[in-house]
Design a protein around this ligand. Structure first.
Ligand code: ADP
Length: 397
């Protein structure tokens, strides 16, 4: 059993930032959280807050820090702020678990060796996740580490939902749809029945709309289909990623425009989506504040694609009982939720405009007579990771 002063550290190491948090006691209460951002590009900044939101640390470096230096700083910071807390384990968000890992697991040498083989499947994210694991192993060799995979929640999808119509020689190499944002959807699936017990068995489409954006169809809390696929560039347009694209476009970019692989990758991952279409920003707040028609077009395209995917995911479920918004855009953009719900009226979605305008926490924002319930569930992948990590630590070996 976890004692009141026992804690789980959660780490989410991305390409340019490391988010960290400490959860403590049997209730896994958030004790503090923070982030180091602008790694490599600089100026690298650090900030941390306690559970009440009060600042407990801030730092800015003139130069750019790398992952190793950032982790060293974090471990020192944690050592100074852990007070009476004893850290039981570190839980990591890991983007890919491949075909082997369909649930959380201890990150021992064997697991790291397997995850190294998956780097070609997620070259932009996985190396950063693993760098953080290795940094912790070096700085705190006796601390157990647990990996929680963004793909795991989707591993139960029907085979048809995971398949591409490609020859087996390619499919057998693991070229299939994996789906991502699984920890966010798993958290939503765990949270909905608390809000309304009827949702435990419901047909739900959840939209995680942040800088990365995807949607997931869930039946009875299990993933049935998702918009992200082999990689996290598939599906909805995102902050800077293009989302679904005719593969013929990629051939055209290479054959007719003479782009090499690196250039195509840069365009599809960093220069497309909201940023690419608007030419202004990848940030939804900036686009909503702009009067530029290109900003409007970028938003309209996102809303349109959400509507198309909603229809497709509802088909994968054979119906729809609830629609859920999550992620920075899903939780905060009143206008985007209203536009999506307007377009989804044909499915039986009727928004309560007043509830949509001022939601608090987990909130139902559809009218009582809406055939499809609409909810906001603030994303909390970190808590999901803390729960998994504690579960694994408490499980008999
Ligand atoms: P990440 O995927 O990096 O975790 P977030 O979930 O924090 O990202 O989402 C970031 C997105 O949320 C940005 O596009 C940002 O503009 C958007 N966002 C945050 N607050 C608001 C708001 N009040 N209104 C509209 N969009 C918002």
């Amino acid at each position: 059993m976890i004692a009141a002063n026992d804690g789980i550290v959660v780490l989410n190491a991305g390409s340019s930032s490391i988010k960290f948090s400490l959860y403590s006691g049997a209730g896994l209460d958030l004790t503090f959280k923070g982030r180091i951002e602008n790694l490599y590009s600089g100026p690298t900044r650090f900030s941390a807050r306690d559970a009440a939101g009060a600042s407990i640390g801030a730092e800015e470096w003139g130069e750019a820090l790398d992952h190793a230096a950032a982790m060293r700083y974090l471990v020192d910071f944690a050592a100074g702020h852990l007070g009476g807390y004893r850290v039981l384990a570190a839980g990591h968000r890991i983007v890919h678990g491949g075909t082997h890992y369909s649930g959380p697991r201890r990150l021992d040498a064997e697991a790291l060796a397997y995850l190294d083989t998956l780097v070609p499947l997620a070259p932009l994210h996985l190396p950063h996740n693993l760098a953080a694991v290795r940094a912790v192993a070096q700085l705190a060799p006796h601390l157990p580490q647990v990996g929680c995979f963004d793909t795991a929640f989707h591993s139960v999808q029907p085979a048809l939902a995971q398949a591409f119509a490609l020859p087996p020689a390619v499919t057998d190499l693991g070229v299939r749809r994996y789906g991502f944002h699984g920890l966010s959807y798993e958290y939503i699936a765990s949270r909905l029945p608390q809000a309304d017990p009827a949702l435990a068995r419901a047909k739900v489409v959840a939209a995680h709309l942040g800088n990365g954006a995807s949607m997931c169809a869930m039946a009875g809390g299990r993933s049935v289909a998702s918009t992200m696929g082999f990689t996290a560039v598939e599906g909805l347009p995102m902050g800077t990623r293009c989302g679904a694209l005719d593969p013929g476009v990629v051939l055209y970019l290479i054959q007719e425009l003479g782009m090499d692989v690196a250039r195509v990758q840069e365009m599809l991952y960093q220069q497309s989506g909201l940023l690419g279409v608007s030419g202004i920003s990848s940030d939804m707040r900036a686009l909503e504040a702009s009067g530029d028609p290109r900003a409007r077009l970028a938003i309209d395209l996102l809303v349109y694609r959400i509507g198309r995917e909603l229809g497709s995911l509802a088909a994968s479920l054979g119906g729809l009982d609830a629609l859920v918004f999550s992620g920075g855009i899903g939780e905060n953009s009143v206008a985007l939720r209203a536009a999506v719900c307007r377009d989804a009226a044909w499915l039986g979605v009727a928004l309560d405009e007043a509830a949509n305008a001022a939601p608090r926490g987990v909130a139902r924002i559809s009218r009582p007579d809406s055939r499809v319930a609409v909810w906001i569930v603030p994303a909390d992948e970190e808590l999901m990771i803390a729960r998994h990590t504690l579960d694994l630590m408490e499980r008999p070996a």
